[in-house]
Design a protein. Structure first.
Length: 159
């Protein structure tokens, strides 16, 4: 009886240590996954713009939420405006696109719907329906450019 009891105890303590071990493994895996995630988060913040252009000291960077950009998939762009003094907040931005070699525009009319953070604008309704050369023309009016014609940035790219 005494022997069985101590064997049971031994089994229980083995099970306890196994449970502890599996918990340790689980914790290690979780930490590893978290480390991997933070690594990816780190690279995504340092990601390069999908497209960019500049005019008169204004830099326009396009970060597509669908990257790389695909044909026939409606998606959004985050457009970042900055100059030597930093982000350009409160700007009015109009973007039109088309294919200069085919003389047609976009199948949609993308609209700026929100300034996400200072100088970072959300452009919704972007869709390209054909492969080839596309030209995006951005007209930018800033609070500094009151009364003057908008600054124009032209960006060509091939899909
Ligand atoms: Cu075309």
């Amino acid at each position: 009886m005494e022997q069985i009891h101590s064997r049971t105890k031994a089994v229980i303590s083995t099970m306890k240590s196994l449970a502890l071990l599996s918990r340790k493994i689980y914790l290690t895996c979780t930490l590893f996954a978290a480390a991997l995630l933070s690594l990816f988060a780190g690279t995504s913040t340092a990601i390069e713009a999908d497209l960019s252009g500049s005019t008169g000291g204004i830099l326009l960077e396009i970060y597509s939420r669908l990257s790389p950009i695909e044909i026939n998939t409606i998606h959004s762009w985050e457009i970042v405006l900055s100059d030597a003094e930093g982000p350009i907040s409160g700007a009015t931005l109009e973007i039109v696109g088309g294919m200069p070699e085919h003389n047609h525009g976009m199948p949609t009319q993308p609209q700026i719907t929100e300034e996400l953070t200072p100088g970072r604008y959300l452009l919704e309704g972007v869709r390209f329906h054909m492969p080839g050369l596309w030209r995006m023309t951005a007209s930018i009016s800033t609070t500094k450019s009151q009364g003057r014609p908008p600054s124009v940035v032209v960006i060509d790219f091939t899909l």
